[in-house]
Design a protein around this ligand. Sequence first.
Ligand SMILES: [Cu+2]
Length: 67
Amino acid sequence: MNNTITLKIKGMACHSCAQRIQQALMADQDVKAADVNLAKKKAVITTGSKDKAHFIKIIQDTGYDAA
Ligand SMILES: [Cu+2]
């Protein structure tokens, strides 16, 4: 079963910021899809079982803030 999680991201300045976050999210084996939108400052993640906190941590480890 898939869950969709939407996070607000702080600190993205350009397209490569968004790509960096997207790649970090996609590197998680439990992520089916990740769409990071620079203009909207958000990420939409399709995942099997992980929760919001898990992805906030990934984004923070990449150097940005998320909520
Ligand atoms: Cu950037």
